[in-house]
Design a protein around this ligand. Structure first.
Ligand SMILES: Cc1cc2nc3c(=O)[nH]c(=O)nc-3n(C[C@H](O)[C@H](O)[C@H](O)COP(=O)(O)OP(=O)(O)OC[C@H]3O[C@@H](n4cnc5c(N)ncnc54)[C@H](O)[C@@H]3O)c2cc1C
Length: 693
C-alpha cells in the first residue's frame, strides 16, 4: 500500500517535536513525512540574546533540520498557500515557479512573525528580535557603535553611539537588554575614548513592571539587579515613533540612541492570514485534539495556533515549551487517527519559567519553586543546554559559555559595509537628515513627505532655507559625486520616509546606468550654489520681498482626489490658467494638476498593457497622481520658491498657509517673480539716472 503523506509546514519547536516522534513510531512504508521550512535549520530562540551579546556563536543556536530529523524529507522551501479543499500545498520550488503537492494530512506550524509595523519608524530604525539574522545583525551593529564611539570626537555623537534602547520588557526584551549591557560594559576596557559610565542601556516598557509573566518577587529581583548592573528602566512608558535619532516617547522627552531593539508584539504569518478557517486573535482555532476546527486532515500547532489547554482551560501561551508539547501530542493524535484510536485533548502543566537578566544572573520558577541570582543563572544554562537538539550543539554551546566566563567577548565584526545597503528611514518634522559639512554616506530618495534644504554662508551664519523637496525628489548626489562634505543641511519639514542608498552602491549605479548619470549631472548643475551667485543682483532684489506680495489667487473650483480623469480634463479646459488644485475633505492640499501631469498620465497609460488599462476616463485622480505635491508656505521667501521651481523644472507652485497648516492660500509663478525682478531693475536704473543728473 502507498504510504500516507504528511506535510509539515514549519521548522521550529512545534514542527520538529511533531516530526521526530512521528518518524520514530511510523515506518517509511507507512508514512512519508515532508517538512517544508523557509530555513534549513531550527532556531533555538532562548539563545538568540546570547548570540546578540557575543557570548555564543550563531551556529550553536541553530540546528540543521536534516541532521536532526533523519528519515524526514526536509525541504528548504517556502509554502505560499495551503488549499484545504483540495488537500494541496503551493510552494516556491526555487525556480521562481509555484509547485503544488498533494497531502493526506497537513500540520501547520509556521509560528509568528516579528511586527515592527505597529509603531511609526520602527521598521526603518529598529532591530526586530525573532530570527537568527536579527541576532547576528544586532551583534554587528552593537560592536560597530563601540567602534564609532571610539572614533568620534564629538561628545554628543559619542553619547548617541553608546545609548542602547530596548522596547518591551517581556522575556526577550529583558534577555537582550541584559546581554547588550554585559557585552558593552565588559568591553569598555579595550577602548580609550569612553568608559563604563558613558554606556546607557534603557529598557522601555508600557506596564508598571518588567517580566509580567513571572512572580512579583522574582520580577522585583530582576528589576533591582538590572538597575544595579546599570540598566535604566522606563516603566509605564510607550514608544510613539522611532527615528534615526532615537525614539519618541508618549509623555516623556525623546530618548536618543543609535540602537533600538523592538521586542513587542508579533504578527500573524501571511500564510495563516490567507487561510479561510476559524481564528482567535489571528491564530488558527483548533479542536482540543489540535485538528483545525471543521477539518479532518489539517492540524495547527505552536505559535500560529489557538489551542485551549485542557489542564487549565486557558489558551496555550506562545512559548517554546508549549509548542514542543503540542508537537509531540499532535503526533500521537495523528497516529491514533490513522489507526482508529481515540484522540486526546491537549493538556500540559507548564514546568516553569526561566529568564536570564545578564551578568551571570537569572530568575527561575521551577515546579512552583522560586530561584534567583547566580544559582538560577546556572540552572537556566543547564536546562537550556540539555534542551538543545543535538549532542554536538550541547558541547559547542557549553564550550562557548565556558570560554565566555574565562575570556573577554569577541569584538570582531564582519559585514560592516553599509555603503552597499539600501535602507528605509523615517524622520519627524524638524529632524535633520544631514548637516552641512558632514561627510556624505547615502543618496536619499523621498518616498513621502517634504524636506527643506538649508545653507549657511561665510557672510551669513544663520541657516537659510534655500529650497523645498517633496515626494519623488532626491538629495545627497552632489556631495557623493564630488566626494566632498555636504554643502547644505537637509531638515524634515513634515513626517518624511526615505529610501537611502549607500555610497558604494550609489557610485556603481551612477557610473553604469546612463539615464541616472544624466539625470544626476543635470541636478548637480541646476542645484549648484552658483545659480544665485551668477545672479547676485536678482538675489539681492528678491531678498527684500515677501511671498505674500507675489501671490496669485487660487485657481478656481478645486478638484477632489475622487474626481475622474474625464471630469478633471473638462475642468482643466475651463480653467483660464491650465492649473488646478486637488484638496482633501479638510480643504488641505492633496495634489496639483496641470497640462504636464496630463501628458505624464497619457504616457503612463500608453505603456500599460491594454487589458489592464480599464476605462481610462473613469479612473480617479487618486490612482493617477502623487499625493503631497511640492509646495511652499507663506513664511518661505521668494528665493526659496524660485529655487524650488527651478529644481523641479516647473513654472508655478501652490502656496500653503504654513508648514503645519497645508491649506492653500494662493500660487506663485516664475513669470511673476521674473517680472518683479525686471521692475526692480528698471526702478533702480531710473534711481541711478536721477542721482547722476
Ligand atoms: C528572542 C526570543 C526568546 C524566546 N525565549 C523563550 C524562552 O525562553 N522560553 C520559551 O518557552 N519560549 C521562548 N520564546 C518563544 C518561542 O521561541 C516560541 O514560542 C516558539 O519558537 C514557537 O514555536 P513554533 O514552532 O510555533 O514557531 P517557530 O519556532 O517560530 O518556527 C516557525 C517555523 O516556520 C517556518 N515558516 C514560517 N512560515 C513558513 C512558510 N510559509 N513556509 C515554510 N516555513 C515557514 C519558519 O522558518 C520557522 O522555521 C522566545 C522567542 C523569542 C523570539
Amino acid at each position: 500500500m502507498k504510504p500516507i503523506r504528511v506535510v509539515v509546514v514549519g521548522g521550529g519547536f512545534a514542527a520538529v517535536q511533531f516530526a521526530k516522534p512521528l518518524r520514530s513510531k511510523l515506518t517509511s512504508a507507512e508514512c512519508e513525512i515532508l517538512l517544508f521550512s523557509r530555513e534549513n535549520h531550527m532556531v533555538f530562540h532562548p539563545l538568540l540574546a546570547d548570540v546578540a551579546g557575543a557570548s555564543i556563536n550563531a551556529d550553536a543556536a541553530a540546528a540543521p533540520l536534516r541532521q536532526m530529523l533523519p528519515g524526514v524529507g526536509c525541504r528548504t522551501e517556502r509554502v505560499e498557500r495551503i488549499d484545504l479543499a483540495s488537500s494541496e500545498i503551493e510552494f516556491d520550488d526555487g525556480s521562481g515557479a509555484l509547485a503544488r503537492l498533494h497531502y493526506d494530512h497537513v500540520v501547520i506550524a509556521c509560528g509568528a512573525e516579528s511586527n515592527l509595523g505597529i509603531i511609526p519608524g520602527m521598521s526603518d530604525h529598529a532591530f526586530a528580535f525573532k530570527v537568527m539574522r536579527d541576532a547576528i545583525d544586532l551583534r554587528q551593529h552593537v560592536v560597530r557603535q563601540m567602534e564609532q564611539a571610539e572614533a568620534s570626537s564629538d561628545p554628543d555623537r559619542r553619547r548617541w553611539h553608546l545609548n542602547f534602547i530596548v522596547v518591551g520588557a517581556g522575556f526577550s526584551g529583558v534577555e537582550v537588554a541584559g546581554e547588550i549591557n554585559e557585552l558593552v560594559r565588559s568591553s569598555t576596557r579595550f577602548y580609550r575614548n569612553f568608559r563604563k559610565d558613558d554606556v546607557v542601556v534603557t529598557l522601555v516598557h508600557s506596564q508598571d513592571q518588567i517580566l509580567p509573566e513571572v512572580a512579583p518577587k522574582l520580577r522585583e529581583f530582576a528589576k533591582k539587579r538590572m538597575q544595579k548592573a546599570g540598566i535604566t528602566m522606563l516603566l509605564n512608558t510607550r514608544a510613539g515613533a522611532a527615528t534615526h535619532e532615537g525614539i519618541e516617547l508618549n509623555d516623556a522627552p525623546m530618548l536618543h540612541g543609535a540602537t533600538i531593539v523592538c521586542t513587542i508584539r508579533t504578527a500573524i504569518s501571511p500564510l495563516v492570514q490567507h487561510l479561510d478557517v476559524p481564528k482567535a486573535r489571528g491564530r488558527i482555532r483548533t479542536a482540543p485534539e489540535m485538528r483545525i476546527e471543521g477539518q479532518t486532515n489539517a492540524w495547527a500547532i505552536g505559535d500560529c495556533a489557538h489551542i485551549v489547554n485542557a489542564f487549565d482551560s486557558k489558551p496555550s501561551p506562545p512559548t517554546g515549551q508549549f509548542a514542543e508539547r503540542q508537537g509531540r501530542q499532535a503526533a500521537q493524535n495523528l497516529i491514533r487517527v490513522l489507526y482508529g484510536g481515540t484522540t486526546q485533548p491537549f493538556s500540559f502543566k507548564a514546568l516553569g519559567q526561566l529568564c536570564s537578566i545578564g551578568g551571570y544572573q537569572a530568575v527561575a520558577e521551577m515546579l512552583g519553586v522560586h530561584i534567583s541570582g547566580f544559582l538560577a543563572w546556572f540552572l537556566w544554562r543547564g536546562v537550556y543546554l540539555f534542551k538543545l537538539p543535538t549532542w554536538s550543539r550541547r558541547i559547542k554551546v557549553a564550550l562557548d559559555w565556558a570560554w565566555d566566563v574565562v575570556f573577554p567577548r569577541d569584538l570582531s565584526f564582519l559585514n560592516t559595509n553599509t555603503a552597499e545597503d539600501v535602507t528605509h528611514a523615517y524622520y519627524r518634522p524638524g529632524d535633520f537628515i544631514h548637516q552641512q559639512g558632514e561627510l556624505a554616506r547615502t543618496f536619499s530618495i523621498i518616498e513621502d513627505g517634504e524636506v527643506e534644504i538649508l545653507q549657511t554662508t561665510e557672510t551669513n551664519q544663520e541657516a537659510k532655507i534655500v529650497a523645498v523637496l517633496g515626494k519623488g525628489d532626491f538629495f545627497g548626489e552632489a556631495a557623493l559625486l564630488g566626494n566632498r562634505p555636504h554643502e547644505t543641511s537637509v531638515r524634515a519639514r513634515t513626517v518624511v520616509h526615505l529610501v537611502q542608498i549607500g555610497s558604494a552602491l550609489f557610485s556603481q549605479l551612477a557610473g553604469s546606468f546612463a539615464p541616472l548619470r544624466d539625470l544626476l549631472a543635470k541636478a548637480v548643475t541646476r542645484r549648484s550654489g552658483d545659480f544665485w551667485r551668477r545672479l547676485p543682483l536678482a538675489k539681492s532684489l528678491l531678498a527684500g520681498e515677501t511671498l505674500a506680495s507675489l501671490l496669485d489667487p487660487l485657481p478656481p473650483e478645486p478638484l477632489s482626489a475622487e474626481t475622474t480623469l474625464a471630469d478633471a480634463l473638462g475642468a482643466l479646459n475651463q480653467s483660464g490658467t491650465g492649473e488646478l488644485l486637488i484638496l482633501d475633505e479638510k480643504q488641505r492640499l492633496w495634489g496639483t494638476l496641470d497640462r504636464d501631469d496630463i501628458y505624464d498620465i497619457i504616457a503612463r497609460i500608453a505603456v500599460t498593457p491594454t487589458d489592464k488599462r480599464g476605462d481610462v476616463g473613469q479612473r480617479k485622480l487618486s490612482d493617477l497622481l502623487l499625493r503631497n505635491p511640492v509646495c511652499v508656505s507663506l513664511d518661505d521667501s521668494p528665493l526659496v520658491a524660485s529655487a524650488t521651481m527651478i529644481d523641479h523644472g516647473i513654472a508655478w507652485l501652490p502656496v500653503v498657509q504654513s508648514k503645519d497648516d497645508p491649506r492653500p492660500v494662493g500660487c506663485v509663478r516664475g513669470e511673476k517673480i521674473g517680472n518683479r525682478i525686471m521692475q526692480k531693475i528698471g526702478h533702480s536704473e531710473a534711481d541711478h539716472a536721477r542721482a547722476a543728473n
